[in-house]
Design a binder for this molecule. Structure first.
Ligand code: ZN
Length: 196
């Protein structure tokens, strides 16, 4: 079984109180995200790290306060979640060159990583049999990633102690909906104890 991990939007603007679009309490999942990413690197599992990379006047800023502007400090991923060998796949037409990277940072401009131009091609190249998803926020970007991955027909697990939500009620509804559509829930310890 070939697994791929999806680390969703673990960027400074979302994770820390000084961030432009802070998700309260999100800093508490950083060690869990870091542990999963390191575990993946040690076991040859590719980590797809999605990352908002907005223009300064991005249309999304009509709905949300400006955040994760490309190149700004807040757009960076949390240091602890970075792996040594990484590539950035920009959100424009290009041929994703993976070159043995442990971490593939997929830049996106909307809440749905499946709207990122190269994601389809990247998934084809990875040929994963199952997916493990975590990050922020549960009921928005994690939900879009998990939903899109479920549509590929492959098993998807959401790591419940490595996600953070804005609204507990929306998060509960989202997880119940994903499970009804075939997703599994797992903890970091379970993911790291399972044979990949
Ligand atoms: Zn955004």
């Amino acid at each position: 079984m070939k697994t791929a991990f999806f680390d969703i939007d673990s960027q400074l603007d979302f994770l820390y109180p000084a961030g432009a679009l802070y998700v309260p309490g999100a800093e508490r999942i950083v060690p869990a995200v870091a542990r999963l990413n390191r575990y993946a690197a040690e076991h040859g599992i590719p980590v797809i790290s999605t990352a908002d990379a907005h223009a300064e006047d991005d249309p999304e800023f009509r709905a949300w306060p400006p955040h994760c502007v490309a190149g700004a400090t807040g757009q960076h991923k949390a240091e602890a979640t970075l792996l040594e060998r990484r590539v950035i796949i920009p959100n424009r037409e290009c041929d994703p060159e993976l070159g043995g990277a442990q971490q593939i940072i997929v830049e996106k401009q909307t809440v749905d990583v499946f709207a990122a131009r190269n994601l389809g091609r990247l998934l084809e190249r990875l040929e994963a049999d199952r997916y493990v998803v975590y990050g922020v926020v549960t009921e928005i970007c994690v939900q879009f990633a998990a939903s899109g991955l479920l549509k590929t027909g492959k098993p998807v697990a959401v790591v419940t102690d490595a996600v953070k939500e804005l609204s507990p009620e929306d998060s509960r509804r989202t997880l119940a909906d994903l499970c009804a559509r075939g997703a599994a829930l797992a903890t970091v310890s379970e993911v790291c104890a399972a044979r990949q």
